[in-house]
Design a protein around this ligand. Structure first.
Ligand SMILES: Cc1ncc(COP(=O)(O)O)c(C=O)c1O
Length: 369
């Protein structure tokens, strides 16, 4: 059963402010009509600063995984050598998608919990041969690590200037600074249910000039995710297929709130809240999973204390109205994850820390009795 005031602290879907929920519940409109055109125009314009791009983003109806697939199939051809830089579940998924569509995927497998350095990427490129594309994860949600995309992209540009750089920013863009134009990244993707304080259902994608040029040459099969269709329709302020109208309405309201706070204000809040959570966890003697120099300001992975069961801790928190996520893949059972992106305030983090303190105390009490 859900608590009355659930403190939803999974790394997506994230909580939705009341005004955003109301906006999403408005009456439907024709997605080929003037109301939708106005809505879409505003959303596209308001998204741009968060991608750090002058180019117009694409709105796709689908989840983050759909956007990963869209990024791959729109700029690559079967047989292309692709360097996949991965140190977690979502980097692995990006690689698996490229492989499923026939790319020759070479993996740079980083240690989970650590950032991957630009130097390692440079070495991997030199060993991989004719690299056509590099797949990067900005924020690895399974481990709570943020990679330095600016530094990595700079090395890629120096070594393989024509390679396309695809960045999964599903759990970063909208919460952490992202500069597609300045960093010279080619395709960046994100999802409405993460930093955007909106319900799941929308993927947003930005594409550079180099990305569009690669798209025109790319031969991987695609239909639903075709960037050309999305762009041509986008120019007319509509979408090729029926979009998630309610989610776009919600996103419009969320973007208004984000611009009211200003992008810099949003990023600064995420930095403050990330530090607040990490300091609080350390004060409670919790051990953080990731290397602290690369600690994510949107999601934190925490080791389960010795003698405690992951499922019992998660259940205990849930009873207190706090919903956190379990570890993924081989980390299941040894870590739990706390989401702190989008609609998150200091008091939400205080609530999590108090819940953790009480859960640990309850556990100690059980051990005594
Ligand atoms: C970095 C990253 N990439 C991709 C995805 C997949 O998104 P979805 O679950 O919306 O398909 C997620 C979801 O957590 C993510 O965090």
């Amino acid at each position: 059963m859900q608590h009355d005031h659930t403190n939803l602290r999974v790394p997506g879907p994230t909580p939705v402010p009341e005004a955003v929920a109301r906006a999403g519940a408005q009456p439907m409109v024709n997605h080929r009509g003037p109301e939708f055109a106005e809505l879409m125009g505003e959303v596209l314009e308001q998204l741009k600063p968060f991608f750090g791009s002058r180019s117009e983003p694409l709105l796709l109806t689908g989840s983050g995984t759909g956007a990963q697939e869209a990024a791959v199939v729109n700029v690559l051809s079967p047989g292309d050598t692709v360097l996949s830089v991965t140190a977690g579940v979502f980097g692995d998924r990006f690689a698996a998608i490229a492989e499923a569509f026939g790319a020759n995927v070479v993996r740079l497998q980083g240690e989970w919990g650590k950032a991957i350095s630009a130097q390692e990427v440079g070495e991997a490129i030199e060993n991989a041969g004719d690299v056509k594309a590099v797949l990067l994860t900005h924020n690895e949600t399974s481990t709570g690590v943020t990679n330095d995309i600016a530094a990595i992209a700079a090395v890629i540009r120096r070594l393989v200037p024509d390679a396309v750089v695809l960045v999964d920013g599903v759990s970063s863009i909208g919460a952490l600074p992202f500069e597609l134009d300045e960093w010279d990244v080619d395709v960046a993707i994100t999802g409405s249910q993460k930093a955007w304080m909106s319900p799941p259902g929308l993927a947003m994608v930005a594409v550079s000039e180099r990305g569009w040029a690669a798209h025109r040459q790319a031969t991987m099969p695609r239909f639903y995710w075709d960037f050309t269709k999305a762009q041509k329709n986008g120019e007319k302020r509509t979408t090729p297929f029926t979009p998630a109208v309610g989610v776009i309405r919600a996103l419009q309201e969320a973007l208004r709130l984000m611009h009211e706070e200003t992008p810099e204000g949003v990023f600064a809040r995420h930095r403050r809240i990330g530090a607040q959570l990490r300091d609080g966890l350390k004060a409670l003697n919790f051990e953080l999973f990731s290397d602290q120099v690369a600690a994510s300001n949107t999601v934190t992975a925490v080791r389960i204390p010795p003698g405690m069961e992951a499922s019992a801790l998660i259940k205990n928190l849930r009873k207190r109205g706090i919903v956190v996520a379990s570890g993924q893949d081989w980390l299941k059972g040894s870590v739990f994850r706390i989401g702190h992106m989008g609609f998150v305030r200091p008091e939400d983090i205080d609530g999590v820390l108090q819940g953790l303190e009480a859960s640990v105390a309850a556990r100690r009490l059980e051990a005594v009795v």
